[in-house]
Design a protein around this ligand. Sequence first.
Ligand code: ZN
Ligand code: ZN
Length: 67
Amino acid sequence: MSVSEICQVCEVAQADRTCGQCGRLACERHLDEETGMCVECVSAGGGSGVPGDPTNPGGPADDDVLR
Ligand SMILES: [Zn+2]
Ligand SMILES: [Zn+2]
């Protein structure tokens, strides 16, 4: 079987990561690396960090420090 995990967003690309919010599989194009969430969750307001938003210059980087 070569059926591997498919992105739950576009359903065409191979997913190699999982959304930290909803847990759905997503390809690299549909999972935001900064928030660790899929584009669905990001667009749904899962994170308050909007690139270029002057009201939130730092972004929500509280518990996203994994080094
Ligand atoms: Zn995708
Ligand atoms: Zn998600």
